[in-house]
Write a protein that binds this ligand. Structure first.
Ligand SMILES: Nc1ncnc2c1ncn2[C@@H]1O[C@H](COP(=O)(O)OP(=O)(O)OP(=O)(O)O)[C@@H](O)[C@H]1O
Ligand code: SF4
Ligand SMILES: [Mg+2]
Length: 339
């Protein structure tokens, strides 16, 4: 039985929308609207979905960079099967339990997470200093070995972040994230800004580090081929909710939610006939400001029925850990309606 590391239960994040001269709250953006997700130790869970569906917000909420509006984030520390809910945990308790060190994040643009006036050796030493007391010699040795671990070397110690290429800067960001020996890392589009050959190097580096350091990843991306290469399981998000989750190969071979079908059919294919099978979604993406009755995909779903417009489907297990939130999941699979 795989060991759980995190369990998100009905996790919500609503950002306030301010208006009027007094800048009062007039509405809220429902960036996350009730996420249920389990993550297992040592896995790489991919998280995909179109722009604005709440992927980054999920990552930020999980590592407590942003506080969730409600819901639970149960964290299972190593060797323990008793979870601690970190969603409401105060700063003192987070520090006492060493939570910040254990949960880290790597962003798409590494420059946003690095002080441009700091030398590389200090950028990497900073998170180590925050959680360990080492002599300056030990610290220096640790920083050098981290640089080597991510494929950089001692010559890079006395440089500033702007003196690196995009791929090298992402290596630095990864070195910084793993410096404090975390258990879990959110990787938010870590390769999107890089060219294809550098993307492959960074993906291989991440795979390698995951094995060496026994880490768990939440890998956020738009790029379905990247996620197929790196992730063991895949979750698909639509407008603040997870609509389908399964083993990566299972999901690519047997997608059940119409939105997943549309996403997968958009992957460029060398097969000339593939264009004929492509599903082009019509209709507007509903606004995360206005809650919608029923299934939130129904305005764009070619299979929507009255039930879909009225009742919201729940994420249900269909076997082998595959979960889908669609009223018509069994009717559509295997029929000629899809593809
Ligand atoms: N700090 C914020 N204040 C208000 N609204 C926000 C904030 N951050 C995100 N949002 C809104 O929350 C929703 C989800 O945003 P999020 O950044 O999580 O999307 P995403 O799936 O990561 O998109 P992308 O693929 O473009 O990065 C969007 O509608 C966004 O406008
Ligand atoms: S519940 Fe209905 S509207 Fe939603 S995805 Fe399934 S068929 Fe489409
Ligand atoms: Mg994002």
């Amino acid at each position: 039985m795989p060991e759980k590391i995190l369990e998100l239960k009905n996790l919500k994040k609503h950002y306030p929308v301010l208006g009027g001269i007094l800048r009062r709250q007039v509405n809220s953006v429902r960036a996350l609207d009730g996420i249920d997700l389990d993550l297992y130790r040592g896995e790489c869970l991919g998280l995909v979905g179109e722009s604005g569906c709440g992927k980054t917000t999920t990552g930020k909420a999980v590592i407590r960079l942003h506080d969730a509006t409600c819901g639970k984030i149960n964290f299972y520390p190593k060797g323990s099967d008793i979870p601690v809910d970190i969603a409401r945990m105060g700063r003192g308790e987070m520090k006492k339990r060493d939570i910040r060190r254990k949960l880290q994040m790597v962003f798409q643009d590494p420059t946003t997470s690095m002080n441009p006036r700091m030398l590389v050796k200090n950028i990497i030493a900073e998170p180590i200093r925050a959680c360990e007391t080492l002599s300056s010699r030990e610290l220096d040795e640790r920083v050098r070995s981290l640089l080597r671990l991510v494929g950089l070397n001692d010559h890079h110690l006395l440089r500033y972040p702007h003196e690196f290429s995009g791929g090298q800067r992402q290596r630095l960001a990864i070195a910084r994230a793993v410096a404090a020996n975390p258990e879990f890392i959110v990787l938010d589009e870590p390769t999107s800004a890089l060219d294809v050959s550098v993307q492959a190097q960074i993906l291989n580096l991440l795979k390698d580090l995951q094995q060496k350091l026994d880490m768990t990843y939440l890998f956020i991306t738009h790029h379905l081929l990247v996620v197929r290469y790196i992730s063991t399981r895949l979750a698909v998000m639509y407008l603040g909710k997870v609509v389908e989750i399964a083993e990566t190969d299972g999901l690519f071979n047997n997608p059940m939610h119409p939105y997943t079908h549309a996403l997968l059919s958009a992957i460029p294919d060398m097969d000339v006939d593939a264009a004929l099978k492509r599903i082009v979604l019509t209709g507007d993406v509903p606004s995360p400001l206005d809650p919608l009755d029923g299934c939130r995909f129904h305005p764009r779903c070619p299979f929507a029925t009255d039930l879909c417009r009225k009742d919201e489907p729940v994420l249900e297990e269909v076997g082998g850990g595959h979960k889908v939130a669609c009223h018509r999941k069994f009717e559509l699979v295997g029929s000629d309606l899809l593809f």
